[in-house]
Ligand binder design. Structure first.
Ligand code: CTP
Length: 405
């Protein structure tokens, strides 16, 4: 099967300042990942940073010359710091050490990175990483506040064990969180302040204490949509069924197990939402009786009586406010488009995302999806096989267009 590589950072220019901390080795990894995602990355390495990782490593990983000295006769331009400042869309400092934070807070410009921090006037993001005592020191906290007051973004480090063996707040955030903040800085804010409810994953309907009825949904599509909505500035609530796929730590997530719990959560939140996207694969039927004890092997045949669950989407559609946008998903193995037309009408939807789960690379558990977007006027848009993140972007583009009219 053809590989589908989504490069969301294509055309984005990122200046990456590396301070003198042990997490400089992580900076090398993060630079490589940004480049893999299509980003154009140029690294500025401080003299202290060079003690941890050499400039050659960053030049090789970024495919661009790594800058180290402000006054270097080998620099092609005497005003290289100004040229880089004009070039960049955003400036990242990682690891942001106590020293570089302090210098930036008072405007000291005694090396390449600290000078660029003054000459660049776009978004600046600091990712601190240091010993917990250094991070919590009043001087560092005062400096971080000063940076935030100037409009710089300082992302709180994680709590945990740091390299020096101590426990506390000072660990560099993981790549997923780092990437989210970089992308959020660069992304258009088409869903700013919109309240968005997204469901994802399967539900589990208990049969007895150890057995349940469920389905193959992994939650990947809904989680991807939640992340993409947050990138566009939305205030996202994710209601997630039982799934092994971990949602990113920066999302607000409510975990549920059964269709009935999902209905309770969704229907209590839905009235105040601007956009509702039901990507979850909710069970249509649930056992009438849940056995108190494990069902023992006995007769050749046994039957299980099931009753219908609440059709959550139908309830939402019925009570839809003017201006509210409701999106459903439709998984079919046959007659995809006709069934979707019926569901659109029956459930009062604005958009349905349809996929034929029998197609290769599409539907449950894959990282890719092949879908059709069908609106209430029965316009059918066929998308090619795309990564789920790219499908999310296309769905949100459509939602934003619907909000314009
Ligand atoms: N859905 C829901 N509540 C349910 C079942 C499904 O809100 N109890 C939502 C799903 O989240 C999805 C949409 O309805 O967005 C379509 O689900 P699907 O299972 O394809 O359709 P159904 O209406 O359940 O019909 P059928 O199973 O007959 O295809």
């Amino acid at each position: 099967m053809k590989e589908h590589v989504y490069k969301p950072l294509t055309g984005k220019r990122i200046l990456f300042g590396v301070g003198g901390g042990i997490a400089a080795f992580k900076a090398a990894e993060y630079v490589r990942e940004l480049v893999k995602l299509g980003g154009d990355v140029k690294v500025i390495l401080t003299e202290n940073g060079e003690q941890f990782v050499g400039p050659l490593t960053f030049s090789a990983l970024s495919n661009n010359k790594c800058e180290t000295r402000l006054f270097d006769e080998k620099n092609h331009s005497p005003i290289l710091h100004i040229e880089l400042s004009r070039w960049a869309d955003c400036l990242v400092v990682l690891p942001a050490t106590a020293n570089i934070i302090a210098k930036a807070a008072v405007g000291i410009a005694d090396d390449f990175l600290s000078t660029v921090l003054l000459s660049f006037n776009g978004p600046r993001l600091f990712f601190p990483s240091m010993n917990p005592n250094m991070f919590s020191h009043p001087a560092t906290q005062k400096n971080i506040k000063a940076l935030r007051d100037m409009g710089y973004k300082v992302i709180e480090p994680q709590v945990g064990k740091v390299v020096c063996g101590e426990e506390g707040k000072g660990r560099l955030v993981g790549f997923e969180t780092f990437l989210f903040h970089v992308m959020k800085t660069l992304w258009p804010k088409g869903l700013k302040r919109k309240e968005i409810l997204i469901t994802a994953g399967p539900t589990r309907e208990p049969v007895d204490p150890i057995r349940f009825i469920s389905n193959r949904s992994s939650g990947k599509m809904g989680i991807s949509l939640a992340r993409a909505s947050a990138l566009r500035g939305g205030k996202v609530e994710l209601i997630l069924g039982p799934t092994k796929v971990e949602p990113p730590p920066f999302l607000s997530v409510k975990r549920v197990e059964t269709a009935s719990q999902m209905a309770d959560e969704v229907l209590s939140l839905s009235p105040k939402m601007d956009i509702i996207i039901m990507a979850a694969a909710v069970a249509d039927y649930t056992p009438i009786n849940v056995f108190k004890n494990k069902i023992k092997k006995g007769d050749e045949e046994i039957s299980l009586l099931l009753k219908k669950t609440t059709d959550i989407l139908f309830e939402i559609g019925k009570n839809k406010r003017p201006g509210q946008i409701v999106v459903g998903f439709c998984a079919e193995t046959e007659n995809l488009i006709e069934n979707c037309f019926k569901k659109l009408e029956k459930k009062g939807l604005d958009l349905i995302v349809a996929n034929n789960v029998t197609e290769e690379g599409s539907g449950f558990d894959y990282d890719t999806n092949k879908v059709y977007l069908i609106d209430s006027e029965e316009n059918v848009e066929e998308l090619p096989l795309l990564s789920k993140d790219e499908v999310s972007e296309r769905i949100l583009d459509r939602i934003e267009k619907m909000m314009e009219v």
